[in-house]
Design a protein around this ligand. Structure first.
Ligand code: NAD
Length: 339
């Protein structure tokens, strides 16, 4: 565990055990403000993989918050799936009480496997929770941010008008489906896929979009590939087979490793770092938590495109992969703040 913390520059990794609750809270940084990040409730093969996921995601949240200009640090939590039958309400109430023990150093929110209703239950035992029902699901705001990013990439970086562009979306979940709808509104040609056939059937029925087989979506010819399913999909083996000009989607940790970013850079495929382009949900949830006026939240959300432009221009200037440039920029913001 200490090795894991060192590797992810994670100063705090909390383990909580209370009745049926086994929970982990990873806090990566609190320099810019309290660590904000979702609570995952998905099955893991073991505790070490859950801790690794929390650590990696907490680090990503720090960079995301820094580049989005929101006054929060990075954190993430995981509730381990209890074996056998369990009382979901009791579990999330207990989780609220452990969040409370951290005295506001960590603010929790929705993530994979948790819902607005769970956040309302957590809220009974702590006030340190965003995305409860008065704030709502951040996904449509994440989708809007990704849409603004893709629009900017097409129009300003690739010189392709929206109505002449083709975007391929992998994963039609909460974010992917809303993103598809926004792009269709602007006459973008769509290619989609999802392992869940109910979602692709719905997309075909409602919008008549082209559905690609799951195994072929990533290599379909398109202008922008938008991974909106799981992380780690851009592997070094995949990069030479890609048929897109840019990659811009919502999934966290899209690049399997640094090599994937380097190969994309060498092939001149523009990569929008995930923690920049998918920050719309964080901007919305943190702004609502801090009770910012709606128009200010909206401005902050649209501004993520200027951060992207800056990342791309530094990447050209320094001849360095965009993901590495964005990490350096985020680290500088955090370091300069704590000086
Ligand atoms: P979701 O679970 O609602 O949707 C994911 C979709 O991807 C599902 O429909 C799933 O069936 C599909 N999928 C998974 N693997 C696939 C594959 N190999 N091929 C095709 N489809 C596949 O999740 P979501 O909330 O839409 O989030 C999508 C991604 O964006 C996740 O990686 C999430 O961590 C990230 N993200 C989400 C938010 C948010 O506000 N929801 C914010 C930031 C980042």
């Amino acid at each position: 565990m200490f090795e894991l913390m060192r590797e992810h520059q994670l100063p705090e990794l909390h383990f909580f055990q209370q009745d049926r609750l086994n929970a982990i809270v990873a806090i990566h940084s609190t320099e810019l403000g309290p660590a904000l990040g979702g609570c995952r409730f998905v099955p893991y093969s073991d505790t070490a993989s859950a801790a690794l996921d929390a650590a990696r995601l907490a680090q990503g949240m720090s960079y995301k918050a820094a580049l989005a200009g929101v006054p929060f640090g990075g954190g993430k939590s995981v509730i381990l799936y209890p074996e056998g039958e369990f009382d979901r309400e009791a579990l999330f109430e207990a989780f609220g009480s452990v969040v409370e023990q951290l005295n506001g150093r960590y603010i929790t929110a929705m993530d994979s496997g948790t819902h607005v209703e769970d956040m309302d239950i957590i809220r009974r035992t702590t006030s340190h929770v965003a995305s409860h029902s008065e704030i709502g699901d951040p996904s449509p705001h994440t989708a809007r941010g990704v849409f603004h990013g893709i629009k900017m990439i097409l129009e300003e970086e690739l010189n392709i008008p929206l109505d002449k562009a083709t975007v391929a979306i992998q994963g039609l979940g909460n974010v992917g489906y809303a993103l598809m709808e926004k792009l269709i509104e602007h006459d973008v040609t769509m290619i989609v896929s999802d392992i869940n056939q109910e979602r692709t059937r719905r997309a075909m029925k409602e919008y008549g979009v082209f559905v690609a087989p799951v195994s072929e979506l990533l290599t379909e010819p398109c202008d922008v590939l938008a991974p909106c399913g799981l992380g780690g999909v851009i592997t070094p083996e995949l990069v030479p087979r890609l048929n897109c000009k840019a990659i811009a989607g919502s999934a966290n940790n899209q690049l399997l490793n640094l090599e994937s970013g380097e190969l994309l850079h060498r092939r001149e495929i523009l990569y929008a770092p995930d923690f920049v382009i998918n920050s719309g949900g964080l901007i919305y949830a943190s702004g609502s938590y801090n009770q910012l006026p709606k128009n200010q939240i909206e401005n902050n959300l649209e501004n993520l495109t200027s951060t992207l432009t800056k990342v791309f221009s530094e990447s050209h200037k320094q001849n360095k992969p965009s993901d590495q440039v964005a990490v350096t920029m985020a680290k500088e913001i955090i370091a300069n703040h704590s000086k």
